[in-house]
Structures are given as C-alpha cells and as structure tokens.
Design a protein around this ligand. Sequence first.
Ligand code: ADP
Length: 621
Amino acid sequence: MSKGTVSINAENIMPVIKQWLYSDKDIFMRELVSNGCDAIRKLRWLVSNGQAQVDDAPERIDVIADKEKGTLTFVDNGIGMTEEEIVKYIAQVAFSGATDFITKYTEDNKGEDAGIIGHFGLGFYSAFMVSDKVVIDSKSYTDAPAVRWTSEDGMEYEIEPSDRTERGTAITLYIDEADKDFLNLWTLRSTLEKHCAFMPVPIFVSEVKKPEEPKEGEEPKKPEEPQQINDTHPLWMKRPNECTDEEYKEFYRKVFNDYDEPLFWIHLNAEYPFNLKGILYFPKIKNEFSASEGVIKLYNNQVFVADNIKEVIPEFLLLLKGVIDCPDLPLNVSRSFLQNDGYVKKMAAYITRKVADRLVTEFNTKREDYQRYWDDIHPFVKYGCIKDDKFYDRVKKALIYKTTGGEYVTLDEYLNKNCGDEEEKTVYYASDEKRQAQMIKLYNDQGKDVILLNTLIDNNFISFLEYTERDGKVSFKRVDAAADSLTESGEVSEEARKKLEGLFRKAMADDTVDVQLKPFKDDGLIAMITVDEQNRRFTEMSSRWGGMDMKLPEKRTLVLNDKHPLVKWLQAAEENERTETVCAQVADLAEMARQPLVADRMVDFLRRSNALLTQLIENQK
Ligand code: ADP
C-alpha cells in the first residue's frame, strides 16, 4: 500500500468546491456519470482506431445504491485507469487528464474528438460533497493490474491492489449522514433524470437488496432488473428531416411535462460557425402571465448543464421551451466571462436569427396557420422586438395586428388601406373591444379599421414602433384619443364655444376640461370625450411596470357636435337648472362611450336619468 497527498493546493481548493456546490449538491451525480461516459467514449475511440481490443460487452453505466452499507456506486465499463493514471489524474485537482489523453492519442488527428474533455471543472472531487469516504476501483483496458484508491477527505489517499476483475471503473461513495437521502431509489432516480436524461451511454439504476426468503413452496423471487433512466439518442441529435411531427410533440411532452401541444418548433442543427443543436418550441400560452414560464435547457454533449442561462440564450427567448446542446461552450468559466465572451454573443445572435427567420417563413408560407398562432405568440414576438433591434429588423415583415373585425393585417396593409397618402399616418386601436364598442363603431362607420391591442406589452410596443418606424411618421391612437378623423373641418364660433365651455365645466364640476366645438361626421352623436394618448400611456405604463402610481392628471377634452340640434339649443339657452341637467347628462353619456362611470358618478347619472324619464311622462299629461 502506498500513501500520498493530492498535489496542487488541494487544501485551498476543497473548501471552495464545497462552498460553491453547497446550493446544488446533486451535481456530483452529473460529474461522476459524465466521467463514466467520457471513459467509455475514450475506449470507443481507441477501439475504432485499432489502439485497443476489447470484448463486445455493451457500453453501460450502473448506479447502485446499497442502503445497508450506506454506499452509492458508479460503475462504468470504459477505459479504466492504471495506478499511475489514478495518481496523475485523480490526484491532481485542476489537472485535466482529458487534455493529456487527447495529446497522447491524437497526435496525427488533432482535435478530432475534443468534445470528450469534460468542461465542468468540478469533476470527480464533487463526490466529497456528500461522502465520508470515496473508493475508486479501476482496471485499465491495458494489462495493468486493478488498483484501489481510497480517500476520506479528498486530500490524503491510500493506494493498494484492487480485486476488480472487469475493465472499467467503480467509484464508491460512502454517503455521509446528512445526505443519506441520495440512497433512496426515488431521489436517486429523479436526480439522475434531471442531470443525465440524455447522456450518450445507457445508465441503469438499481438497489442492492437482500433476496427475500421465499415462502414455502414458492420459487425464490428474481432480483429486479436495473432500469435504464436515459435516452441516449435525444431527438435534437437527429437530423431535422429524419424527425416526425409526432416525435417532436412526444419529446416536448416528455421533457417539459406539458400536455398542451406546442404551436410549432425550430430544430437548430448547425455545425458551422457553431457546433450547436437543439429544438425550440413555441408553447401555447394559457394566459399572459404564464408566458414567463418558459424554460430552455442547456446541454453540453448531452450532459445537462442548467436551465435558463441568460448569458447564452437571449433573454426574450426564455419565454420559449426548448433544449440547446452546445459542446463548445466554456461552461466552467464564470458567468461574467460568458457575458463578455464574443463566441457566446455570436451564438446568442445566431439563435435569435434562426427564430426570426422561422417566424418569417411561417408567415410567408403558412399565413393562415401563423395567424392562428399569433394570439399566442405575439407577446413574445413583441417583447423580442423591443429587447433586440436585430430581431426586430428581421421579423418586422411578419408582425401582424388583429382588427376588431377579426382580420389580421401587417402594418403596411393597414396603412395602405386606411391612410392613403396622408403624410402623418395614424393607426387606430382599441384596448377593450366591449367597452370601446361605440367608439370602434364610429371609426368603422368612417371606413376605418381599428386594431386590437390589449396585452400588457402593447403600450411599450407601440411606443417602440412610433420611435423606430418611418421616422416617427406613424402614430398609434386609441379610439378615444382624438376626434380628428370623426369630425369635419369647418369654422365654428369661438363665442359659442366659450359659452359651452363655461356651461360644461360647471355641470361636470371640472375646471380643467377642454371643450371643443366641431361639426361631426356622424350627425346623430352629441358629444364625445377624448383623452390625450401620450399622457394616458405614461400613466398606464408607470403603474403597470414600475409598480408606482404616478398618475398624471388625465388630459380630457369634451368635443361637442356643432351640427347637433341639442348643442345648437345649448348655445342659445339661458343658463339655469335645466341646461345644467342637460350638460351633465351629455357629459356622462360621452364618458360612458369610452369607459364605465366611477361609482359616485354612476349613482348621479342613474338618479338623473330616472328623473328625466319621469319628466317625460309628466310632460305628456
Ligand atoms: P475532468 O473530467 O474535468 O477532467 P475530473 O476531476 O472529473 O475532471 O476527472 C479527472 C480525470 O480523471 C479525468 O479527466 C479522467 O482522466 C480521470 N477519470 C475520472 N473518472 C474516470 C473514470 N470513471 N474512468 C476513467 N478515468 C476517469
């Protein structure tokens, strides 16, 4: 037996590893299983190059829990290690044995299978996070005798001959008291499923159980077969043209536990300029808030790395659900490095581009389907546009708007149909089809379409469009924002307007309301109330997004129809109780056309209406 101490400042490194891992202890499973995968791939590589000859036992990794002994063992039938190799690779934290392997075996074949380098940095030593003692039994594919390495703290170790007879490595963890839960089959399986669900070598989980004493006259029960927990050929590794819709949907159900079908998906499959594979799904969004429940799982050579790494995947794409496998990412480096890494940036841009291109293709080739999805995907697309100029530039051809008539139009289509060659173009929209029905009808009667913008993102989105599109020549106005296209030009008497302003300000008990007098295109309408668009948007945005209630006073305008007999009558009428009642009623009706009255005002309105009806009958008497 020989003894040694792990070199390279292990004393300094171990505490760091322990602390770093504390929040996510179960990562040790990923590390040990992926080391096993690497060992198997190395052997496969040697065999395919004629540098090793082995039996043709199927490649596999076994994870075996033994509650009685308190051990968890990871067994692989890979390349194995000689004593020298254990001392060199295992005993030297921060020394990547894989690098050595590559240079040794691929002199004339540089970089060939460089993917086998485990980029995770934590490696084997993470085993000490959950163990009182770790034992490695390994037998190299060469003739070297089997060897056993034992260590209690990851720093001091003992080496002795091992009784292992099969090629490969068994790593036995004597699980410490605090982490005994890992010996539970259920915990074990779900942890492995989380990290290893798509690793490229079959992984089997089992439990060592004492065989039950057979009851009298019965055959002894056969021990349970170990169960394979992973899918070694995940769909994203296949070529897109070899996958069926049903496979994509099945994969989605399995990976995301979402039984709603995805709307559509993008299969990324690039070798150049990035080695990147993956599938991104557009999920069906149940309501606006569930949009934030997307999840993108990141893999490195089929090894799960993490969910939703913002540095690699553009933030707005995190609303999607998907998997991305990127073997070239330097994942062992810090997140701040990832943020500033040119490669990562380019990759994120590439993913964004693919998503935008796919949307445009859907729009161009399957517009009807696309229109059906639009209600689900538009918050995501709009968010992407605001967040990322490049995404907007690519996708803008495929941005559509739903009209209150149920059609879907692009901005150009809307402008061509509704704005002719006006210099300053206005898009009219409604935020609430029911409440604003009267105003919508007024526009429709003038032959103008109204689009529906009724999601949280819309205010920001239209402000963004106004800023970006056509040098500010397009503006969006809610149907109650201005009366311009509902009125005619024409001279009105300023004196009459002033008088009406006085009457209405008094009746509405509001000294600030602007009163305008204009001939309306719709003869039957008496008045309407408009509210300044920018002002309203600002108030809405600050209360919705900022959580602060910065209510600017509403800039309201009461526009009166100069052509209406009642307005004409008011211009000539004496100021008395009757004119005041008429004015109050007119103002309330105009307000109700755009939004429900506040409680007190509603009570007043109803009382006044009742009185008016009663008067109507009394006048008849
Ligand atoms: P990394 O895998 O990042 O190189 P590790 O600390 O996990 O770092 O492992 C160090 C080295 O030990 C590996 O590169 C490999 O050479 C060797 N090793 C670890 N586990 C095994 C195994 N199961 N079979 C063969 N070699 C192994």
